[in-house]
Design a protein around this ligand. Structure first.
Ligand SMILES: Cc1cc2nc3c(=O)[nH]c(=O)nc-3n(C[C@H](O)[C@H](O)[C@H](O)COP(=O)(O)O)c2cc1C
Length: 207
């Protein structure tokens, strides 16, 4: 099993990465193949809406995203984490999500019929981590939804969401027991979901 953590903050010692790492921890403990990437380490251009991916499900833009696409396809589960930037996900996270448009498939005659390629592949799961400075959830705006909804459209089932409030300085999250526990529990839930998938696959297909 392969799990991919995607961090939309450029702060390498920041709160988002601390929490995404905590979600990944249960998988690491079990010895699963985990990978953590910072989107800021890649040169990722914005989607230009060219529809060049229409029949291939592969993006035509030759940039850093080409290194990430195979990781996405190979991952059984994905964890997206972003700080709230003006009630929204960070620009890096938004650009990354838009570039996943190539994994959407539409019926040629009726665009109201569509699915993510993950739905065809079957059984992909996700967790979301949203972080903000203010104490009220409203001040986080749409940060978590702006990761959850596209993940669902891409054919992932989002099994856990961590909304971490009241975190400003880089690294504060690591000192906050409550939120670290929430992240750990989110990881456990994601792990148990994948383990159930494996059990079912074995029982149904003996594979
Ligand atoms: C450009 C920018 C915009 C921000 N907008 C918000 C916001 O709308 N609401 C909020 O509560 N915090 C906001 N913050 C604070 C960050 O979400 C907060 O510091 C968070 O802990 C940063 O996560 P990181 O350590 O992973 O980078 C903003 C910070 C920056 C730099």
């Amino acid at each position: 099993m392969k799990i991919l953590g995607v961090v939309g903050s450029r702060r390498k010692n920041g709160n988002t990465v601390a929490l995404v790492q905590e979600v990944l921890k249960p998988f690491k403990k079990k010895g699963f193949d985990t990978k953590l990437i910072f989107l800021g380490d890649y040169d990722i251009k914005g989607c230009n809406g060219c529809e060049g991916c229409k029949d291939t499900y592969a993006c035509v833009i030759n940039d850093g995203m080409q290194k990430i696409y195979p990781e996405i396809l190979e991952a059984d589960a994905i964890i997206l984490g972003s700080p709230a930037y003006f009630y929204n996900v960070s620009a890096d996270m938004k650009t990354f999500i838009d570039r996943c448009y190539c994994f959407e498939a539409f019926d040629e005659a009726d665009r109201s019929v569509w699915m993510g390629v993950n739905e065809a592949l079957g059984g992909k799961y996700a967790s979301v981590v949203a972080v903000c400075e203010q104490q009220k959830e409203a001040d986080m705006g749409y940060t978590s939804e702006l990761m959850e909804k596209p993940l669902e459209a891409l054919g992932y089932r989002v099994v856990s969401t961590v909304k971490a409030l009241n975190l400003f300085a880089a690294g504060e999250a690591s000192k906050c027991e409550k939120v670290m526990k929430e992240a750990s529990q989110a990881g456990e839930k994601l792990l148990k979901t994948l383990q159930l998938r494996e059990k079912l696959r074995y029982r149904l297909y003996r594979q």
